[in-house]
Design a binder for this molecule. Structure first.
Ligand SMILES: Cc1cc2nc3c(=O)[nH]c(=O)nc-3n(C[C@H](O)[C@H](O)[C@H](O)COP(=O)(O)O)c2cc1C
Length: 317
């Protein structure tokens, strides 16, 4: 059995597998399923208002007595209110996405919340370690959603070499080989988003899940770079229109208006032409919809097999 002791002990989980906080999709159904299966479920608060977040925390607690986290998107219009909900509801673990959470760390640390920021550069990982975060999630550009500009393969070992806290690999992982690769590069665990979308428990629209299953290796594209917030999604009619708008030199406001409401439209309502279908490059590897428990247990079993086979590796015959 692969045992990633530090991270599992830190988070009080059985397997070193975190479900990435996903706006609209990280709801109590998926979060409780992941936590009950031995991973760490993460509520994706995205742009949602504080009442929604409080309800999700309550509903998750009704479905699991295992640890779970809340993801705070630093671009949220309800950032301060949602941080207050975390304190009011005694949430034990927070992950941050979409920027530098430095300002908010002292108050959360003082309240005893464990903090796991998602970063895409060594410099930010180091700065946040100095501020006292408990672990670092290093996310490569392969991932679905907001992305940086370095691949997981390159970013991860450099972050591992630069900080002492446990590092979790995110971006481009969907099976046991990805877990083993991440561990080999020095990670203590993995975070997956796209793989968990194709689970029975995720509330994503069946048409969106099907788009991921049909996707090939080059199915995704990054848009929004000119706005300073590049986002990876499945290529679609919407991304083509958005790219054309970006190229035409449209203002920030025009692009923001064009993109408004598109994520919900795509991933929840299943409008695959008009909506935004955030998903990672690993979509091409995902060929089925399974229960969360099977996803996690299959990954752990695959990883164990691979590690067993690798033990035959020798540099000299
Ligand atoms: C639909 C979708 C929504 C996401 N929303 C968020 C978010 O709100 N906050 C965040 O930190 N990361 C978000 N992410 C990133 C995931 O948490 C995770 O790090 C990423 O999906 C990992 O890469 P993978 O898709 O290759 O597994 C999102 C990803 C997807 C696919």
């Amino acid at each position: 059995m692969l045992n990633n002791f530090d991270l599992c002990k830190l988070l009080d989980i059985k397997y070193p597998i975190i479900q990435g906080g996903m706006a609209w999709l990280g709801t109590n159904e998926l979060v409780s399923a992941v936590s009950n299966a031995g991973g760490l479920g993460v509520i994706g608060s995205g742009d949602a208002p504080p009442d929604w977040l409080r309800d999700q925390i309550i509903l998750t607690r009704e479905k699991t007595d295992k640890p779970f986290a809340v993801n705070i998107l630093l671009l949220s219009p309800f950032l301060k209110e949602n941080l207050q909900i975390i304190l009011d509801e005694n949430v034990g673990i927070v992950t941050f996405g979409g920027g530098n959470p430095g300002t908010y760390i002292p108050a959360l640390k003082e309240a005893g919340v464990k903090l796991l920021p998602v970063i895409s550069s060594v410099a930010l990982a180091r700065r946040l370690e100095r501020l006292g975060v408990d672990a670092i999630i290093a996310e490569g550009l392969e991932s679905g959603g907001h992305v940086g500009d370095t691949t997981t393969m390159s970013l991860l070992p450099q972050v591992v070499n630069s900080v002492k806290v446990p590092v979790i690999a995110a971006g481009g992982i969907a099976d046991g080989s990805g877990l083993v690769a991440a561990l080999a590069l020095g990670a203590h665990g993995i975070q997956m988003g796209t793989r968990f979308i194709c689970s029975e428990e995720c509330i994503a629209h069946p048409k969106f899940k099907e788009q991921i299953i049909q996707a090939q290796d080059r199915a995704t594209i990054v848009t929004g770079g000119s706005m300073g917030h590049p986002v990876r999604c499945l290529e679609s009619k919407f991304t083509k229109q958005f790219m054309a708008l970006e190229k035409s030199g449209a203002s920030q406001e025009e692009m923001e208006n064009f993109g408004k409401g598109r994520l919900c439209s795509g991933v929840i309502q299943g409008n695959i032409d008009e909506g935004s279908l955030m998903a990672g490059q690993i979509s091409g590897l995902i060929k089925d919809i399974k229960q969360v428990k099977a996803i996690i247990e299959d990954i752990m079993a695959e990883a164990e097999d691979i590690v067993g086979n690798l033990s035959n590796f020798k540099s000299k015959q």
